[in-house]
Write a protein that binds this ligand. Sequence first.
Ligand SMILES: Cc1cc2nc3c(=O)[nH]c(=O)nc-3n(C[C@H](O)[C@H](O)[C@H](O)COP(=O)(O)OP(=O)(O)OC[C@H]3O[C@@H](n4cnc5c(N)ncnc54)[C@H](O)[C@@H]3O)c2cc1C
Length: 431
Amino acid sequence: MKRALVLGGGVAGIAAAFGLRDRGYAVRLLEAHSWLGGRAFSPPAKGDGARPDNGPHVMLGCYEHMRALLRRLGTEAEFGAGEGLCLEYQSVGGPRLRLELAAMSPNLALPLALLKFPAFSLWEKLKICLGLPATYLAGKNRSLERWLQRYRQGTQIRAYLWDPLCRAIMNAEASQVDAGVFFKTLRRAFGGSAADAAIWLPRKPWSELIGEPAFDVLSAAGVEVSLGRRVAALQFEDGQLSGIDLAGGDSLRLESGEIVFSALPWHVLARLIPGGLPAAAIASSAILSVYCQTAERQGIPASPLLVLVDGEPFHFFCRRVAAPLGEFALLAAGAESLRGKSVDAICAIARDQLQRYFPDLPADADIKMQVLREDRATMIVAPGDERHRPPPGLLEGFTNFYLCGDWTATGLPSTLESAAESATRAIADLR
Ligand SMILES: Cc1cc2nc3c(=O)[nH]c(=O)nc-3n(C[C@H](O)[C@H](O)[C@H](O)COP(=O)(O)OP(=O)(O)OC[C@H]3O[C@@H](n4cnc5c(N)ncnc54)[C@H](O)[C@@H]3O)c2cc1C
């Protein structure tokens, strides 16, 4: 039987292991942690609290590769999705606003919804309508900030439209990201049907949707899943990966014809490849989440997902589908201003922001908070960074070493869909 090793058991590694098994390979998957799922995992609950996630993850209806993986894991039905895109906004002291797209192609529905949206003046609506066609002109290698300035998308338009979308999609600020990749991703979300643009929120912790079922389904399919096996070094000879050293002293010698799929993150792989990868130049962006649990009901919004307009440091309020009212999370994309702060300081900042956005919440409400920070939550797709992303598939110059992972050149930012799609594309590149 042909043999394949998969390094890393996140979304990309799980999808690659299925793909290789389907192609008749005997597959062994090596994962450093004692769980599968990578960045989309859920640490254990503290005490009798609800199990949090490594940070809230949201999908869109257009995540076709990710949805195919969830179907394989039997968990696609564990999500709640609307008929189309619906966003809710809360500003300090302002009313709660809804931007709801009619059930028609978002290409049409989005401009119509923006024209009706009460946060924008007539002048701002005009600027948005003039700006939308110009999103096609945004070249690669320019920052989104430059585009926003060029098309005079002022403070209010940014606060309700571009900044929340940029943080949600790119996990960074407009000054940091490539405008071309941002708009291409938007077109993928809004260029199809209404259902493609709908937000998908989970009912359960992410580990129960990906990592835990993946262990069972992969094992049942005959994949050998080895947890707690950290790759410490890769040995290359004559354009081939010839051996893998594992932390703890073991090493694996590759058999003739054996292939290896790396589904490791950019920052790990850049260290393991002699001479590095261009990906070593890729910067990372953090996500910090504060999971809150309270018996208090007063002042807490029932919305599953709220944009906190001009929110600093927390940009989004979210909860799982059908979660109790008092279970929600605040999320800071990038989270630069929280760097180096203690857990107590972060909790105090979170409480203060909750109070400002939801003033009916009693000041002395008993709220249990759990802070989760992922320093390398996503890569930053900075202007010009596309050239640092190798395509998913056989790494140039090698005969048995394939790459996949959310950071490879899928054309998408670092997302679940990019990870799942990269695996499909790497499998399609099998020689
Ligand atoms: C808090 C947070 C919120 C996010 N929100 C969203 C969202 O809303 N929507 C969205 O689409 N995406 C979101 N993302 C991004 C998404 O989680 C990632 O893009 C995706 O999970 C990446 O999958 P991957 O398989 O490419 O990489 P990873 O998930 O990083 O998988 C790599 C695997 O390799 C393992 N590994 C690392 N080093 C070694 C080693 N030396 N040896 C062996 N194994 C190793 C890791 O343990 C891991 O399991 C979010 C990420 C975070 C952290």
